[in-house]
Design a protein around this ligand. Structure first.
Ligand code: FAD
Length: 567
């Protein structure tokens, strides 16, 4: 058995930032499905928000304005105390990355450059061309190497170990050897990212199955606000690779098949830079009403920006458009459609990352603090990973230090039991000889989520989706894995993810069915208005032996009472 004072599950931005903090209090190790620098954080393009006031039009920006934009963007579902913390600490987190070596793009005076992003009143998104996530992740990884951090790569965490009502470690599959391993710790931080792959059209990496959220849920930590799923307006038609909001931040237009900038009919002031939920709905409406191209996509036009600016600010976007759609944005508009992009919901936790389960912390996209409420603003997620990664690292580190002093040398018995249970489960899965192919089931699930639990929702579709997810769960018991070997059994790893995906899907659909209103990304055609009297609360989903149980939790409002949201 391995032992570390704190275990961090996930090597993306949230996990690495948490690790660097927690190591101030003791010995820390990271477990990750992939080498840390392959995490989805590295795919982030557009930038990270902080009210620095470096842009000529952003001089009057302040953390309070950033906080207000975030709260309004969230459709008043974010917890305002947490939003205030994030926006106040944003400049410190960004400067820290700068000092560690992140090569941000620069203004003429040599300051960190900032661009406008959707739903932000000021240009406050700091960027490094269109590969901001890549450079941030590599900067943190360098710091991790410098600190000689222990990283266990190619480990798929399968379960959390609970003893006396507290989380005391994890059980993981070593994908290389096929062995199941036990890791003991005083505290555990989940930083496993989002579940984008639950949807057939998504910008997310193949590894974003959401398994980490499911592990916390099975272990007794509730999931919060799962019905809020973000669809990004501009994903490349055909592959759904992201075309950053930074393109619109630089001035690109959205056009329909008549060549009109249709956003004038939906958000006359903010136009293309309205928040993502509003732009994605506008696009879906244009396509539904016959103003799309081939009834499938719309156009993102950046020709007027000129070749020089495109090459300087959006070089990766140009490469993606040329390589994956055969279109050079310097001379032609890019075909785009909305696709799943981000999960606002996640493991319920507070602004120190503490979940209701003692010893278990969460940070980054798998967590729901909540700072994004019903709709996240672009550039706020990279910020969240650093702001709350740091805070969760500190809280989990302190907790582990305290606990270690109180229980020196105590090795929890629960690990042996959990290890055995995991080994038996894997053996069972490998031996199952059912009729169902897990990959086929996964495809059915992702298409179902896209068709019935997408941008526009209604009671009938959601009820059907709930019944169909239930049926898929039954069929999951009949799956058969074709490759029975131990080494690199990705067939097995994917099947384990599918079990988690089915339960997350159920939580998303059940929450969406119960929320009979429209708020942020959750739009019910049968209830098109926001209903603060009935639904100004978070949704909690708990895992019980009898199945999913839904509950509610108050929203913290500090200084911005809910008002109508107009752009
Ligand atoms: C294409 C794209 C572009 C984006 N652009 C922006 C942007 O410009 N600005 C912005 O603010 N946000 C952006 N986002 C969102 C933002 O990048 C993510 O929300 C954020 O990076 C998530 O970081 P994370 O550390 O929480 O998780 P991730 O970076 O996804 O890392 C998750 C980690 O968990 C590990 N893991 C997962 N499951 C397991 C398991 N069972 N066992 C062990 N390890 C596991 C993985 O190996 C990985 O290391 C973008 C997202 C995408 C998809």
């Amino acid at each position: 058995m391995f032992y570390h004072s704190v275990l961090v599950i996930g090597g993306g931005l949230a996990g690495l930032r948490a690790t660097l903090e927690a190591r101030r209090f003791g010995d820390v190790a990271v477990l990750s499905l992939v080498p840390p620098f392959r995490s989805h954080s590295g795919a982030a393009q557009g930038g990270i928000n902080a009210a620095l006031g470096n842009h000529p039009e952003g001089k009057d920006d302040s953390w309070e304005r950033h906080a207000f934009d975030t709260v309004k963007g969230s459709d008043y579902l974010a917890d305002q105390d947490a939003v205030e913390i994030m926006c106040r600490e944003a400049p410190e987190r960004v400067f820290e990355m700068e000092h560690w070596g992140t090569p941000f793009s620069r203004t003429a005076e040599g300051k960190i450059a900032q661009r406008p992003f959707g739903g932000g009143g000021f240009p406050r998104t700091c960027y490094a061309a269109d590969e901001t996530g890549h450079v941030l992740l590599h900067t943190l990884y360098e710091q991790a190497i410098k600190a000689r951090l222990t990283v266990y790569e190619e480990r798929q965490v399968l379960s959390l170990v609970i003893e006396d009502g507290a989380c005391r470690g994890v059980i993981a599959l070593n994908i290389v050897t096929g062995e199941v391993e036990a890791f003991a710790a005083e505290s555990v931080i989940m930083a496993t990212g989002g579940y984008g792959r639950l949807y057939s059209r998504t910008t997310n990496s193949l590894i974003n199955s959401g398994l980490g959220m499911a592990l916390a849920y099975w272990a007794g930590a509730p999931l919060k606000d799962m019905e809020f799923v973000q669809f990004h307006p501009t994903t490349l038609y055909g592959t759904n690779i992201l075309i950053t909001e930074g393109a619109r931040g630089e001035g690109a237009y959205l056009l329909n098949n008549r060549g009109e900038r249709f956003m004038k009919d939906y958000a006359p002031e903010a136009m293309e830079l309205a928040p993502r939920d509003i732009v994605a709905r506008a696009m879906e409406t244009e396509i539904e009403q016959g103003r799309g191209l081939y009834d499938a996509y719309l156009l993102l036009d950046m020709r007027h920006l000129g070749k020089e600016r495109i090459l300087e600010r959006l070089p990766t976007i140009r490469d993606i458009a040329i390589n994956f759609a055969g279109v050079d944005p310097v001379s032609e508009p890019i075909p785009i459609q909305p696709g799943q992009h981000y999960s606002m919901g996640g493991i319920d936790c507070d602004a120190r990352g503490q979940t209701p389960l003692p010893g278990l912390y969460a940070a980054g996209e798998c967590a729901c603090v909540s700072v994004h409420g019903a709709n996240r603003l672009g550039g706020n997620s990279l910020l969240e990973t650093l702001a709350f990664g740091q805070r969760a690292g500190e809280a989990a580190g302190r907790y582990a230090q305290d606990r270690g002093k109180r229980n020196p040398g105590d090795t929890p018995l629960a690990h042996g039991v959990a290890l055995k249970a995991a080994e038996e489960k894997l053996d069972g899965l490998i031996k199952w000889e059912g009729r169902e192919n897990p990959h086929g089931l996964r495809q059915e699930l992702t298409e179902l989520m896209m068709d019935k639990v997408g941008i526009f929702r209604n009671k009938e579709d959601l009820s059907q989706a709930l019944a169909q997810v239930g049926a898929l769960k039954v069929r999951f018991q009949q799956t058969s894995i074709r490759y029975k070997g131990k080494t690199y059994n990705l067939d097995l790893a994917r099947t384990l993810e599918l079990e988690g995906m089915l339960d997350l899907a159920e939580a998303i659909v059940a929450g969406a069915l119960k929320r009979e209103e429209s708020r942020g990304s959750h739009f019910r055609r049968d209830f098109p208005q926001r209903d603060d009297a009935r639904f100004l609360h978070h949704t909690l989903a708990r895992y019980t032996p009898q199945g999913l149980a839904l509950g509610e939790k108050d929203v913290t409002i500090t200084r911005w009472p809910p008002e109508a949201r107009r752009y």
